[in-house]
Design a protein around this ligand. Structure first.
Ligand code: SF4
Length: 214
């Protein structure tokens, strides 16, 4: 597998936020979001076998593991194999994915955290892929929307209604770091009366926002 980094830190986002977690960051991504904070994962990599990845994960003695990137599903076969083997070893496995690729083969026990990319992300939203997700939500799925402004917020609300996501999956909204005031997003969420959670990136609050491996 092409691996960028493996480290243990505090989970900073979504419903497992605040818990110690091992992060397995895979290299390569098929998107180029305007506000991407892991550009170093596009190309920097070392080759590791799945056995070596599992051995490194086990060295941290932590039973929560997030597979992230880059975009992990770019290495579809290997990452599905890795997730299955971690599940067999009784890890709780999270998959952070950019919402542009099929997720049917992700093991059922994995918590899928799927990004919905609004227009100001600078990427193209894949309507066909999302219609596929919408027909098969899992009870452990979570959706994450990173919004730059009110137009992004409203666009995401419209799409989440279209895909029948409210009351089916956990939904998180985050402000683009350094660009949108979290207080504005908090107000929009309260005014919406929708089941949305404000999602702040704890790792950027605790440590230097540009730090790696935290
Ligand atoms: S999908 Fe993630 S890793 Fe890829 S460009 Fe967007 S933010 Fe960066």
């Amino acid at each position: 597998m092409r691996i960028n980094e493996i480290f243990c830190s505090i989970q900073g986002e979504a419903s497992f936020a605040g818990q110690p977690c091992v992060f397995v960051r895979l290299s390569g991504c098929n998107l180029r979001c305007r506000w991407c904070d892991t550009t170093y994962a596009y190309d920097e990599s070392c080759d590791m076998s799945i056995d070596d990845v599992i051995s490194k994960v086990s060295s941290f003695d932590c039973d929560l593991v997030e597979i992230t990137g880059g975009e992990p599903m770019c290495q579809h076969d290997d990452v599905c194999d890795l997730m299955n083997r971690l599940i067999e070893r009784h890890y709780t496995v999270l998959l952070e994915t950019n919402g542009s690729l099929p997720l049917d083969d992700v093991p059922l026990a994995v918590h899928r955290i799927i990004d919905l990319k609004p227009p100001k992300s600078g990427t193209i939203h894949n309507e066909e892929i999302w219609r596929g997700y919408a027909g098969q939500w899992r009870s452990t799925d979570e959706i994450k929307c990173v919004v730059a402004d009110r137009a992004d917020f409203d666009w995401c609300i419209g799409k989440l209604h279209q895909y029948s996501a409210f009351h089916q999956v956990i939904i998180h909204f985050s402000p683009v770091w350094g660009e949108q005031d979290p207080a504005n997003l908090a107000s929009w969420i309260c005014e919406s009366h929708l089941p949305i959670r404000l999602n702040l990136q704890l790792q950027k609050i605790i440590w230097d926002p540009n730090a790696r491996g935290v």
